[in-house]
Design a protein around this ligand. Structure first.
Ligand SMILES: C[S@@+](CC[C@H](N)C(=O)[O-])C[C@H]1O[C@@H](n2cnc3c(N)ncnc32)[C@H](O)[C@@H]1O
Length: 393
């Protein structure tokens, strides 16, 4: 893969550099144990989630202006307020429904959703959070105790997907954080694995294992053509498994999946010859996942066709697929901004900046999508009432 120069990235401070060296040592040991290389999915798993060492498993700041990247709930509580309105529409149709949020990050979205549902008199039975990072779980706990004190009794953390669930499941920017496989199309399908090099890590290419070959061939069969020679990209085997598990649990309700992503046709378009990996370090985005292990975020854009296929394959329906701007505008953003003109000018300016960031096509409005997956007798909520693009999947 073409790696962008990492020399443009800010230099880590002494503690972060030491942390990254420990994480790299841990990964090098796994590579040695595996006979010289590991799959990229395993590398990503360790770099993000190795206990006490991975980016999400350790104490780095991550979110917000002082961290590495900003997500929609960190941009503005308007995002959570609109999501809450959509939750209320679904919960009104479900007897005793709850909300389950996956990968709750700093806890910002949970706080905003609960505040809005409290104001609407539409609190769920329970607000559950399933978070794989022990560090983030602690931060979420601390935050909701202070900022969602009125609803704290309804919040609980889960260790696994429940067997049965009714209500709303939400995941914002979680799918992009699931480990992906890397492949290259040549005469055969080849797998890009990670090996240790003199000064870090490097990609090495081997014949792909049967599961990866089957996944790439299924993509090609759906596209109706073989990918071009030398075409490299990612496949998220984990995302499909996760969606199937979530759908299996859902009895009656909707899953809202927010993330940056595109349809399969765009994902594997001929001009996208090097895939969709994106790394974030102190607000610099680049495409070299092999540097700064443990202190930079590694993500891959989402193939929403694959996610929708996994959902329908597990027995669910697609409630809608819209971009983030459309979700917010159809979902109640205007109602949230009512009365804005009565606010002090500085606050109006602040809010209009947040709205722009959340909705403009060059910001988060177009690349971010929401896929709604429904199960049971739920009518799709209003956020999916205009400009639905399910037919593009
Ligand atoms: C990019 S962050 C997004 C955080 C938050 N949702 C936001 O929008 O600010 C990804 C989050 O997903 C969590 N995560 C990753 N894999 C997960 C899984 N399989 N189950 C639950 N959480 C997961 C990470 O620990 C982290 O909290």
């Amino acid at each position: 893969m073409q790696l962008e120069a990492s020399s443009v990235l800010p230099k880590p401070d002494i503690d972060s550099a030491a942390h990254s060296r420990h994480c790299a040592d841990f990964i090098r040991a796994r590579i040695r144990d595996s006979g010289g290389s590991i799959s990229f999915a395993e590398y990503m798993q360790h770099a993000l989630y190795a206990p006490g060492l991975g980016y999400y498993a350790a104490g780095a700041r991550k979110f917000g202006p002082d961290g590495d990247f900003v997500t929609a709930p960190e941009v503005s509580s308007l995002f959570g307020s609109v999501v809450a309105r959509q939750c209320a529409e679904v919960l009104a149709q479900v007897d005793g429904g709850s909300i389950l949020e996956f990968g709750a990050g700093s806890g910002a979205l949970a706080v905003d959703i609960l505040a809005k549902l409290h104001a609407l008199g539409a609190l769920p039975e329970c607000y559950q959070i399933l978070e794989v990072s022990a560090d983030l779980r602690e931060r979420q706990d601390r935050r909701v105790r202070v900022e969602a004190s009125k609803s704290v009794a309804r919040i609980e953390w889960l260790d696994a997907i429940p067997e049965r669930f009714s209500g709303v499941i939400i995941a914002n920017e979680m799918l992009d954080a699931l480990p992906v496989e890397r492949f290259v199309r040549r005469e055969t399908v080849r797998q890009q694995r990670v090996a240790a090099s003199d000064n870090g890590f490097e990609f090495v290419e081997v014949d792909a294992p049967p599961l990866l070959v089957a996944a790439v061939e299924a993509i090609e069969s759906d596209l109706g053509k073989r990918l071009p020679d030398g075409f490299a990209s990612e496949v998220s085997l984990g995302a499909s498994g996760w969606v199937s598990d979530v759908v299996a649990a859902m009895q009656d309700g909707i899953v809202f999946l927010f993330d940056y992503g595109v349809s399969r046709r765009e994902y594997y378009a001929p001009d996208r010859i090097d895939g969709w990996l994106r790394c974030h370090y102190r607000h610099r985005a680049h495409n070299n996942p092999l540097v700064l292990p443990g202190i930079q975020d590694i993500t891959a854009w989402v193939d929403f066709t694959a996610v929708a296929e996994a959902a329908t394959g597990a027995g669910a329906d697609i409630a809608g697929y819209v971009n983030q701007a459309q979700f917010l505008m159809s979902g109640g953003l205007a109602a949230e901004l009512q009365g804005m003109t009565k606010l002090p000018p500085e606050r109006q300016l602040e809010l209009s900046g947040q709205v722009k960031k959340l909705t403009l096509p060059g910001e988060m409005g177009e690349n971010f999508k929401c896929l709604g997956i429904s199960r049971g007798t739920i009518s799709p909520p209003s956020a999916f009432s205009f400009a639905d693009r399910t037919h593009t999947l």
